[in-house]
Design a binder for this molecule. Structure first.
Ligand code: FDM
Ligand code: MG
Length: 256
C-alpha cells in the first residue's frame, strides 16, 4: 500500500503511465517549440548564433537540485567555461521579496496572484538572461517555468491558465528532472518549514510534473549516489553546451 502514491517519472515511463495519458498530454504540454527570435547582430555568419546554454534543473523539494547545481557550476567554472548559477524564485528583487515572505507564511496572497508574481520574477530577469546567453555565458538555473506550472496547478489552478504567463520566456536548451518519489524526498528530512514543504502537497506536485514532462526532458534518478548523478549531469550538460557553442537559435516557450 505504501507504494500506491510512490511514483516517479522513471517508474511511470517504465510502466507506460505517460504513454497511457497520451491524448490528455498532447493538450497539456508546455512544449519547448523552437521559434527563431529577433535578428541576431553578428558579422561572422557561421558563428552567428554561437551562445551559452540555458540549463534548467527541476524536481521536488529535497531532490538534490541545489547541491547538484552548485557542483555543476564549480566543475564548469574550473573547466574554464563562462557560467553562472541562477535560481528561481530570485529572492533578491522586489517581487522576489514578496514571494519569499509568502513562502515563509508571513503574507497571504490569492493563489492566482502568487502564481503571477513567480512568473513576473522570471520576466524581470528575461532580458538579462538573453544578454548573458548571447554573450556566451551558460546559465544553470535551479527551477524555472515548470516549477511555476507544477506547483500552482498542484493547488488546483487550471493548467492552461498557469502556462499562459510563461509564454515568451526563453526556452531552455536542456531540462533535467531529478527524479525522486515524494516519500523518499521527505525521508531525507530538512524540509525547512516553507509553505509547500509538506508531503501531501509534494505528492500533488509530483503528479503535475508527470503531466508536464515531455520526451525532451532528461530524467536522472535522484536516489543514486551524489557522484553518479553529478557524472550523468555533466555529460548531458556538456553536450548541450557544445551544441549551443556551435550555433543554435534562441527560442521561446510557447504552449502547444
Ligand atoms: N515555486 C518555485 C513555485 O511555486 N513557483 C515557481 O515559479 C517557482 C520557481 O517555490 F517550493 C516554489 C517551489 C518551492 C518554492 O523554491 C521555493 P526553492 O527552490 O525551494 O527556493
Ligand atoms: Mg525549497
Amino acid at each position: 500500500m505504501r507504494y500506491a502514491c510512490n511514483f516517479t517519472i522513471s517508474k511511470a515511463l517504465k510502466f507506460g503511465v505517460v504513454a497511457a495519458q497520451g491524448s490528455l498530454k498532447s493538450s497539456l504540454n508546455l512544449k519547448l517549440t523552437f521559434k527563431p527570435s529577433r535578428n541576431i547582430h553578428m558579422e561572422n555568419k557561421e558563428n552567428s548564433s554561437s551562445r551559452g546554454a540555458l540549463i534548467v534543473l527541476e524536481g521536488l523539494d529535497r531532490c538534490g537540485k541545489t547541491s547538484q547545481s552548485s557542483r555543476l557550476y564549480k566543475y564548469l567554472d574550473e573547466q574554464g567555461y563562462s557560467v553562472e548559477s541562477w535560481r528561481f524564485p530570485d529572492r533578491n528583487t522586489g517581487v522576489g521579496q514578496m514571494i519569499s515572505s509568502y513562502l515563509a507564511n508571513q503574507s497571504h496572497l490569492d493563489d492566482h496572484a502568487i502564481h503571477l508574481l513567480f512568473s513576473a520574477n522570471r520576466w524581470e530577469k528575461r532580458m538579462l538572461m538573453e544578454d548573458k546567453l548571447r554573450s556566451g555565458t551558460t546559465l544553470i538555473v535551479d527551477r524555472y517555468s515548470y516549477s511555476g506550472v507544477a506547483f500552482s496547478s498542484a493547488k488546483g489552478l487550471d493548467i492552461e491558465w498557469c502556462k499562459a504567463p510563461e509564454i515568451g520566456l526563453l526556452a531552455p536548451d536542456l531540462v533535467v528532472y531529478l527524479d525522486i518519489s515524494p516519500e523518499k524526498a521527505a525521508e531525507r528530512g530538512g524540509y525547512g518549514g516553507e509553505r509547500y514543504e509538506q508531503l501531501e502537497f509534494q505528492k500533488k506536485v509530483a503528479k503535475s510534473y508527470l503531466t508536464l514532462h515531455d520526451s525532451s526532458w532528461k530524467v536522472i534518478d535522484a536516489t543514486l549516489p551524489v557522484e553518479d548523478i553529478e557524472e550523468k549531469l555533466r555529460e548531458i550538460v556538456l553536450d548541450s553546451i557544445t551544441i549551443c557553442q556551435k550555433g543554435k537559435l534562441l527560442s521561446q516557450l510557447r504552449s502547444s
